[in-house]
Ligand binder design. Structure first.
Ligand code: F6P
Length: 369
């Protein structure tokens, strides 16, 4: 009998912990005599038939490495594959060819490590008959049905360290420093790093802001002798009645909108309204790089081991998920095409309000933190 083989790919934007998942999957599979085949560059490797076998030796020592040894792509979708023809591009559906490759390779299952885009594509392959297991990855923590995703904690460490450093220089120069963090349409990273870093103002997409209220809180601090302020801004933040600031549109991508730049808009307004010097630091892809935090190494390893357990128990078309301290799984269909945003009744918002942080909006404070 041929050795069983499972495929694995890492899709979407990278984040710390991807290699820890690959290692967790490969080492666990090895223990059960199962081979692991890694596709290169996410679904692009399936489309272009680029892959190799992952041995125990190949994954040894990668636990602490950022990035992914398999490469990733946030452009490739087998359902909308972009091809160039006669100087023009058009999208074609190559999902059937990918299914043929899956069968030709004799894969028992495909582990898709990624965010909503990758898991949605994985879910569509599940509907076509593939055995899919999803592993939730993203610094945005915006996936449904899991308490958290790996990558988020490492990004939190990076963002919080940055806020700490900016705090001292802001205080020394009596400046307002705006720190722009990633997170697309979900404000988890801004909210949690903002609380952890003691941000004076936190702006998230879920709570549109009033610039007058932000300026008023900074002027109030100034009157009480605190002539500096830290404003933690989610890249997706927007004014009441306004829109998000789009940095670019990448037309050929499944998710074409790239946000960025809102903190510069706010800084210009605040400088005029407060008479304080306002500076901006955009953390950008720094938040996706570097070695995974211990929490992410642990979580990613647990996710990888659980993913193989699901394959062995033939519990397919599931996403591994953290519920409390338990490693569980949920139907991948429950996650497809959805985004988990910060609810307005989040206890974290109350915690921030309780310690005097403003969201630039008239929010009620009730001690439920
Ligand atoms: O989803 C992860 C993420 O890092 C977002 O926080 C950010 O908006 C986006 O990806 C950036 O994508 P790219 O690397 O394509 O600029």
């Amino acid at each position: 009998m041929n050795k069983r083989t499972i495929g694995i790919l890492t899709g979407g934007g990278d984040c710390p912990g991807l290699n820890a998942v690959i290692r967790g999957v490969t080492k666990t599979a090895d223990k059960f005599g199962i081979s692991v085949l890694g596709f290169h560059d996410g679904f692009l490797g399936m489309i272009e038939k680029r892959f190799d076998m992952l041995s125990f030796e190949r994954v040894s020592g990668i636990l602490t490495q950022g990035g992914t040894i398999l490469g990733s792509s946030n452009t490739a979708s087998p359902f909308e594959h972009v091809i160039a023809e006669g100087g023009q591009t058009r999208k074609i559906d190559v999902s059937q060819q990918c299914m043929e490759l899956y069968r030709d390779l004799g894969l028992d299952a495909l582990i898709c490590v990624g965010g909503d885009g990758t898991l949605t594509i994985g879910g569509r392959f599940a509907e076509m008959g593939a055995n899919i297991v999803g592993v939730p990855k993203t610094i945005d923590k915006d996936l449904m049905e899991t308490d958290t995703t790996f990558g988020f904690d490492s990004a939190m460490v990076t963002a919080t360290e940055a806020i700490d450093k900016l705090h001292t220089t802001a205080a020394a120069h009596h400046r307002v420093i705006l720190v722009e963090v990633m997170g697309r349409n979900a404000g988890w990273l801004a909210l949690e790093s903002g609380i952890a870093g003691g941000g004076d103002v936190i702006l998230i997409p879920e709570i549109p802001y009033d610039i007058e209220l932000i300026a008023a809180s900074i002027r109030r601090r100034s009157r009480f002798g605190r002539k500096f302020s830290i404003v933690v801004v989610s890249e997706g933040a927007m004014p009441i009645g306004g829109t998000q600031v789009v940095a670019k549109i990448l037309a050929d991508r499944p998710d074409p909108v790239r946000l960025g730049g809102i903190s510069h808009v706010i800084a210009d307004q605040l400088e005029k309204m407060t008479d304080l010097e306002c500076r901006v630091t955009v953390l950008g892809h720094l938040q996706r790089g570097g070695t995974p935090s211990p929490i992410d190494r642990l979580l990613a390893t647990r996710f990888g081991v659980k993913a193989v357990e699901l394959v062995i128990t033939r519990n397919f078309n599931q996403m591994v998920a953290l519920h409390g301290i338990e490693m569980q799984s949920v139907p991948i269909q429950n996650v497809m095409g959805k985004q988990k945003k910060v609810p307005l009744d989040s206890p974290l918002i109350q915690v921030a309000l309780s310690v005097g942080t403003t969201f630039g909006a008239p929010l009620d404070m009730s001690l439920r933190g």
